[in-house]
Structures are given as structure tokens and as C-alpha cells.
Design a protein around this ligand. Sequence first.
Ligand code: HEC
Length: 202
Amino acid sequence: MTTPHKKLVLGTAFLASVVLVAGLTGCNKPAAPVAAPPPAGFTPKQMADGLFAVMSSDRAVYTKNVVARLQNDEKVIKASEHWKDEKALPLPAQMFRMGAEAVAEKNPGFTYGLLSLWPINKQNTPKTDAEKTGLKFVSDSGGKTNYYAEETLGGKKYFTAVYADVAVSKACVSCHNGHKDSPRTDFKLEDVMGGVVIRLPL
Ligand code: HEC
């Protein structure tokens, strides 16, 4: 169900019409090479991929240079789900959700979230068909392939992208498997545990 590249389709249609017109005019001279005009601006896929690059980099930087450094290396402060009560650092997934909520308040037209078919926080449950299909798709592909689809919600069309979230360290696996609210307890290293869903209006 991957979505064809819209601009590519338009570009191809343009090229085809140029070739058609050249053919109809019966011109015998060798046709000058006709190049499709370069697409202007970002395609929805490029935009979603770019947003994902920013989000995933920020999360990786926070995990490595704040949480892992201060908790594991320097042993200054720990990260905890109950960060407010325990005066601790928020978990990377909590930072990510708080960022997504702050973005949603600004109403920039697009939304994103870190969801899972096995969520600890039920707020992170997939709701739309594209979210459910996309999370299953990236999980079945072992995190190797992203998922892109168009979906219509409330009469509006959206481009929805899903990127796998993989258990890159043992900490992911042990915390989720042992968490009282986790519906799944058999995660292994390298398993897809969920995915980032980005939804752009078309
Ligand atoms: C110390 C425990 C802990 C660790 C370590 C941890 N998580 Fe989580 N994770 C949580 C909690 C708690 C939530 C719910 C956060 C919220 O409130 O949205 C969560 C949320 C998630 C979600 C969203 C779905 C859900 O379960 O609510 C994904 C996906 C996820 N984590 C993947 C990972 C990955 C991948 C790693 C390792 C890179 C990781 N987690 C490390 C505790 C942890």
C-alpha cells in the first residue's frame, strides 16, 4: 500500500504529453531531449522523512547525552517514569510525547506520535486503520521498511508515514517486559516495539 510519489506521477504525465505532442506534429528532426521540470518544494514523503530525521535525532541525542550520561556514566541523576515525584529525568519516550503534545497545541497542521500495538501508555494506542496497518507492516518487515499511505479522516486527506522503533538496547526490552502496564512481556533485542507515526494534510 505504498503511495506513489505524487510529483513523480505528475512529472511522468508531463513528459508523456510532451512526447505525444512531438509525435503528433510529425516532426522528422531528431527530438531535442526533453527533461521533466524538477519538482518544486518538498513532496509529502520528503517532508515526513525530514521531520522524522529531526525527531529521531533529538531523541537519540537526549538518550545518549542526557539520560545515559547522567544516569549510567556519571550517576548524577536517574531517569524515571515518575520523574516529577522522584525529581528525576523524564524517559525518552515521555520527552517525545510531551514534545508531540506541545507541537499539537501550536496546531501546525501536522501531528505525530510514538505509538505501539503493545503500548505501556494506552494514549499511545494506534487508532486509525493506517496506523494499525503501518505498525504491523514495519514490525513484520523487522524495521527495514517504512510505511507510507494516504488516508481520509473526517473528510480530509492525509499522508501518513510510519517508522519502526526498534529495541536497540537491553534497557528497552527489560523495562517494557517488566512494566506492570505492558501488554507484552516477550520483547527481544532488535524487535520492533512500536513506531513513529507522522500525519501531514494533503
Ligand atoms: C525505564 C523504562 C523504559 C525504558 C528503558 C524504555 N522505555 Fe519505552 N516506554 C516506557 C514508558 C513508561 C512508556 C510510556 C511513555 C508515555 O507515557 O507515553 C514508554 C513508551 C514507549 C513507546 C510508545 C508505546 C508505549 O509503550 O506506550 C515505545 C514504542 C517505546 N517506549 C519504545 C522503547 C524503546 C525502543 C526503548 C529503548 C531505546 C525504550 N522504549 C526504553 C518505559 C521505558
